[in-house]
Design a protein around this ligand. Structure first.
Ligand code: PLP
Length: 247
């Protein structure tokens, strides 16, 4: 039995309101699930009448080559949360999208108005939402979802290569769309995170911003990155790894 189903049964399904997950858990080190993971979760949630909420703050608006991470995995959640990619960071904006049955419940419970009331000082802020609309128009105009898929395939190829070429430095590497991970091999002599910080600093000195999650170097380049720029990213990482982690 799936662990999630076991847990729902253990807790008593009538006490479980929702299952919340990122399609790919990003900040913990870009944990890429098996392709069918989210679909299995959807099926379990539906069977036990548990809402599925996907946190699309990282995966939404193109990161995986589709509008949402859920769509990338062929799944329809009940609620989705968004931020970051919704404006590509040019304005601070967060959003929650809910499916029709949920909005219906709110309409019945209040005045009959088609509104899910949630009082925020800056709800629907015109400047932030204008930036989001402009951002979405650019994603569509420049075909960034398709471009992300193509660039993502290239990144995945190079990450497989670097894992094969530098087995003493790289324990694991992979990506989905333009969200990647390079897990550094920590032989246990260094406190966790030391190598991640060292490699990140040296990458920055070489002109490339990456982010460590412990000893995993996480990659989240702009959706407009070119193949040549991906080549430069991985070639620089290759050189930095050899310098920072001599075999
Ligand atoms: C997946 C995920 N969800 C939520 C958040 C928090 O988003 P916000 O600060 O927009 O509320 C972050 C922030 O990095 C995140 O990575």
């Amino acid at each position: 039995m799936h662990e999630v189903e076991r847990l729902i049964q253990f807790e008593d399904p009538s006490t479980v309101a929702a299952f919340v997950a990122e399609p790919i858990q990003a900040a913990g080190g870009v944990i890429i699930p098996p392709d069918n993971y989210l679909a299995q979760i959807r099926e379990i949630c539906t069977r036990y009448d548990v809402l599925l909420i996907t946190d699309e703050v990282v995966t939404g608006f193109g990161r995986l080559g589709d509008w949402t991470g859920a769509r990338h995995y062929g799944v329809q959640p009940d609620i989705m949360t968004f931020a970051k990619g919704i404006t590509s960071g040019y304005q601070p904006l967060g959003a929650t999208a809910v499916s029709q049955p949920i909005i219906d419940a709110y309409i019945q419970a209040s005045t009959g108005e088609p509104e899910l009331r949630h009082g925020n000082t800056y709800s629907g802020h015109p400047v932030a939402t204008a930036a989001a609309l402009a951002n979405i128009a650019i994603i569509e105009r420049d075909n960034l979802l398709d471009r992300t898929r193509v660039a993502g395939d290239h990144l995945a190829r190079l990450l497989r290569q670097i894992a094969q070429t530098l087995p003493s430095q790289v324990a694991d590497a992979g990506s989905e769309g333009l969200l990647g991970r390079v897990e550094l091999r920590n032989d246990g002599h260094q406190p966790p995170g030391t190598l991640g910080n060292l490699v990140t600093t040296k990458m920055r000195e070489a002109g490339i911003i990456v982010r460590p999650a412990g000893d995993v170097i996480t990659l989240s380049p702009p959706l407009i990155i070119t193949s040549e720029e991906i080549d430069t990213l991985i070639a620089t990482l290759h050189d930095v790894l050899l310098e920072a982690m001599p075999a």
